[in-house]
Design a protein around this ligand. Structure first.
Ligand code: 13P
Length: 259
């Protein structure tokens, strides 16, 4: 892995933890990580919107190296969009990474490749880094359509971006059948798809973008499987759901080099 691709491990807390619980969790995580961990790995946490201000405050007060992330946002800066949160509001809270197009949002909240594309651009325009998610269903994998499906999501989600913009973002490959099921993709399958994604980026945006874009794997990542996943050539990090809720477990994932 080129030095430019510093590993990035992200905790997606989904709809878990109120702001008191979130403060406790981030403090515990902070105590379990040392300077070497932060030298080697970018660590991001993505609490629910209602927790962001509280978590931002403790990160700043204790000068933590943990990066603050969000799980979603709208693409407009402001306007009559009841219930939505804008990229500039997140940026103002020192949010630096925003998950875009998670499969739960695509499946449960009707997000499309078009809205994902608008959000990727809006997040970058606000100075933050999108973590754009992609991934196939079990049915698509069994039908041999996984690669073409994911390729379509990458091409559509990144449509209109330049090579430098693609180089700076994060793609998370999360096979839907591996999310919350305890069933991880094998490291070979995960590597094969992440290598394919890098190839798609190379074809559409050039060699520099392919060499620099960071690709995470997500889906039942645990302390016991992270080291092997991270040893794969095209896997630069992980997007962790369930195991990120428990600071000890998440810290053990971040410290995969010690396993
Ligand atoms: P789990 O780690 O719980 O499988 O969730 C993965 C995920 O969806 C992260 O965004």
């Amino acid at each position: 892995m080129p030095a430019a691709r510093k590993p990035i491990i992200s905790g997606n807390w989904k709809m878990h933890k109120n702001h008191f619980e979130a403060i406790q969790a981030v403090q515990k995580l902070h105590y379990r990580l040392d300077g070497d961990d932060h030298e080697s790995v970018i660590v991001t946490v993505h609490p629910p919107f209602t927790d962001l201000r509280s978590v931002q405050t403790v990160i700043e007060a204790d000068r933590m190296k943990i990066e603050l992330g969000a799980q979603n946002c709208h693409w407009e800066d402001h306007g009559a969009y009841t219930g939505e949160v804008s990229p500039s509001m997140l940026a103002k809270l020192d949010v630096s990474y925003v998950i875009v197009g998670h499969s739960e949002r695509r499946q449960l909240f009707a997000e499309t490749d078009e809205s994902v594309n608008l959000k990727v651009k809006a997040v970058q325009a606000a100075g933050m880094v999108p973590i754009m998610c992609c991934g196939e269903t079990l049915e698509q994998r069994e039908d041999g359509e996984a690669e073409s499906w994911v390729e379509g999501q990458i091409v559509a989600g990144l449509s209109g971006l330049g090579g430098a913009e693609v180089a700076s973002l994060v793609v998370a490959y999360e096979p839907i059948w591996a999310i919350g099921t305890g069933r991880t993709a094998t490291s070979e399958d995960a590597q094969a798809m992440c290598g394919h994604i890098r190839g798609v980026v190379r074809g559409a945006f050039g060699e520099d973008a392919a060499a620099q874009v960071r690709i995470q794997y997500g889906g039942s990542v645990k302390p016991g499987n992270i080291a092997e996943l991270m040893s794969q050539a095209d896997i630069d990090g992980a997007l962790v759901g369930g195991a990120s809720l428990e600071p000890d477990e998440f810290a053990a994932i971040v410290q995969y080099r010690n396993h």
